[in-house]
Ligand binder design. Sequence first.
Ligand SMILES: [Zn+2]
Length: 96
Amino acid sequence: MPIYEYRCPRCDVFEVVRAMGAAPGVDACPTCGEPARRRFTAPHLARTGTAAFQLIDATHRSASEPQVVSGPLPSAGAPRTQPFSSNPLHRKLPRP
Ligand SMILES: [Zn+2]
């Protein structure tokens, strides 16, 4: 996700990570709450490849696009192979 810069009239410049095109022109300053105007700057392409940026990006992305789990959890261990009942008569019951 891109980083948008805002300039607060009271404080200084602050950065916000938002989805592409989701950043408003005016946003509230996280320090004082004053409305801050968005700055148009060059993209921070040098920071997009770092491990810290990828972690921040993955964290923000997981809020709206959680990863799909396709298998059992690693802590679940081996699948259960024994039947639920040890009574041999239960084996003759119809199966779905
Ligand atoms: Zn401020």
